[in-house]
Ligand binder design. Structure first.
Ligand SMILES: O=P(O)(O)OC[C@H]1O[C@H](O)[C@H](O)[C@@H](O)[C@@H]1O
Length: 541
């Protein structure tokens, strides 16, 4: 491990000085974007994606220092070490080999004397025939009827990535299978799903790396009860995806099939493993899932091989760190001008915030200021009619705009005001990034726009499975590069534990009351005692 410490590196101070300079009127974005060849100098193409950071509040001097920072932090070597199977997740002594899940090269990825790639490949070889057999009606539920509904039962990293990809590629779902998600322990989630499915024709895909996550285990239990209550054998309607050695490993004999995930892939990086592989192959067909993997592999290769100044996810990460730690923007929005990408922000929210929301570096030193960025987002143009007032005139935040050149659908777009829908969408995308950067003065303060509000524009040619894979891998690599610049470990998530332990104590109290009506919560702190009383009484008073 290097001795690098983000806040203590001399480059940190120099970058803070640059941030002070960039806050001056000479460096307003209106001026920066007027420079000759601004777009050429502040954009890059690679891995099948175009990345434009010409409307970010950077100039050559800032970028030069940021690239120097990547050298000080040894970012390239760390990324290569990760790809080679080194245990970069130092707090848990684990490798981070999500890229091996979509690597089609013949080279092995060794970890603890095992070839991770071969193990991942074996699982793909299992998914391919399984999904085909379901499509062909060879594998059926307990009454012999073909499956028509698939429900993913999982939460966090065992859910969000799959939901993002399934939405993005919904237009390709031609296997006569609907896809639903049961993530929340909230009974409304179950009742909503249960009301949409036909139990005899439903396949539940229970996904949990640990196979201990309470929400998922509680939902699995509920599914078994409800299936039995309608006279069905749940074992014929369930498959599992879990890690080797988990309590659900090898199944319990209570499911149709069991697929493995591995401790060398973190949950939020797992959509290209069996976590996404099983449900997406059922929903879209294995071949499309593989095309999605190939797109991700293309971006991985770019992230690994492109020199820093051409490396899209690395540049995006530097911009992310610059905005968060030097210009002081605590949040960023992801606004895809593409309805199919409507769940991208929700996925990247977990991917990035769970990875980089840290207060100590990888060596355990406390950071002078916590790392990470708050992420939110909605598709455009919808976002324009919700939070863009604040984007233009309230507290500023950087935005990732995402544009798609060719829509998935060939439907007649008509002509409204002389343009088709796709052109109208693009007019808005370009208008927003322009208006945010340029602003507009007015004598009326209420109608004045200060401008100087930064954004990037990310463009893909289409929304074929490969492009969705490229986008996913772009954000994964960006997240990891950011972490390496901050010097933190993006692969652990101890921050989610305290809430779980606290919930466990309250659960114990509730269970005690369920057993004994006289249990009075006297051991619980007064605030929570009051809430528990309200809950058990079902009344506010
Ligand atoms: O896949 P599981 O073990 O059920 O975990 C599901 C999720 O819950 C955890 O609390 C973590 O916050 C997530 O990173 C994880 O993806």
């Amino acid at each position: 491990m290097t001795k690098y410490r983000f806040h203590h590196d001399p480059l940190h101070r120099r970058l803070l000085e640059q941030a002070g300079r960039m806050n001056g009127p000479d460096c307003h974005l209106e001026r920066l974007v007027a420079a000759d060849r601004r777009l050429d100098a502040f954009s890059a193409m690679g891995g099948g994606v175009f990345y434009d950071f010409s409307r970010q509040r950077v100039d050559e001097s800032v970028m030069d220092l940021l690239f120097e920072l990547t050298e000080a932090a040894d970012v390239g070597r760390q990324f290569a070490a990760m790809a080679a199977g080194e245990k970069v997740n130092v707090t848990e002594n684990r490798a981070a080999l999500h890229m091996a899940a979509r690597s089609f090269s013949s080279s092995p990825a060794m970890v603890d004397g095992r070839d991770a790639k071969a193990e991942l490949q074996d699982v793909l070889e299992q998914i391919r025939p399984f999904s085909k057999a379901v499509h062909q009606g060879e594998i059926t539920g307990s009454t012999g009827q073909a499956f028509s509904h698939v429900v993913v039962v999982g939460i966090g990293g065992s859910y969000l990535g799959t939901e993002f990809v399934a939405c993005a590629l919904e237009a390709f779902a031609d296997k006569n299978l609907s896809l639903d998600f049961l993530a929340n322990v909230d009974i409304h989630n179950f009742s909503s799903v249960w009301s949409r499915i036909v139990p005899e024709k439903t396949l539940w895909v229970v996904i949990s790396k640990s196979y201990t996550t309470v929400e998922t285990m509680a939902n699995e239990d509920l599914i078994r009860r409800h299936m039995q209550a309608v006279g069905l054998n749940p074992a014929w309607h369930m498959v599992t995806v879990t890690s080797k050695g988990s309590p659900g490993d090898q199944g319990t004999g209570q499911e149709l099939a069991a697929f493995h995930m591995f401790d060398f892939i973190g949950g939020r990086y797992s959509v290209t493993s069996a976590v996404g592989g099983v449900p997406l192959s059922l929903y879209l067909g294995y071949e499309r899932f593989e095309r999605f993997l190939k797109g991700a592999e293309e971006m991985d290769r770019h992230a690994l091989e492109a020199p820093p100044k051409d490396n899209l996810p690395l540049i995006a990460a530097l911009i992310g760190v610059w905005n968060a730690s030097f210009l002081g923007y605590p949040q960023t929005a992801i606004v895809p001008y593409a309805f199919p990408l409507r769940k991208l922000a929700a996925h990247i929210q977990q991917l990035n915030m769970e990875s980089n929301g840290k207060s100590v570096d990888a060596a355990g030193n406390k950071l002078d200021e916590p790392a990470g960025t708050m992420i939110f987002g909605e598709p455009g143009t919808n976002a324009q009619h919700s939070f863009f007032q604040l984007a233009h005139q309230g507290k500023a935040f950087p935005i990732d705009f995402i544009g798609v050149l060719n829509p998935q659908t060939q439907l007649d777009e008509g002509r409204f005001k002389g343009v088709g829908h796709q052109q109208e969408l693009w007019a808005n995308l370009l208008a927003q990034s322009t208006a945010l950067a340029m602003g507009k003065p007015s004598d009326d303060p209420a109608r004045s726009f200060s401008g100087n509000r930064p954004s990037s524009t990310i463009v893909v040619e289409d929304l074929e499975p490969e492009s969705v894979g490229r986008l996913l891998a772009f954000y994964e690599a960006k997240t990891i590069f950011e972490a390496f610049v901050w010097g933190i470990n993006p692969f652990d998530q101890f921050g989610v534990e305290l809430g779980k332990v606290t919930a466990g104590k309250l659960r114990t109290e509730m269970a005690a009351r369920n057993r004994d009506e006289a249990h009075d919560f006297s051991e619980v702190d007064p605030i929570n005692r009051r809430y528990l009383q309200m809950l058990f009484n079902g009344r506010l008073d």
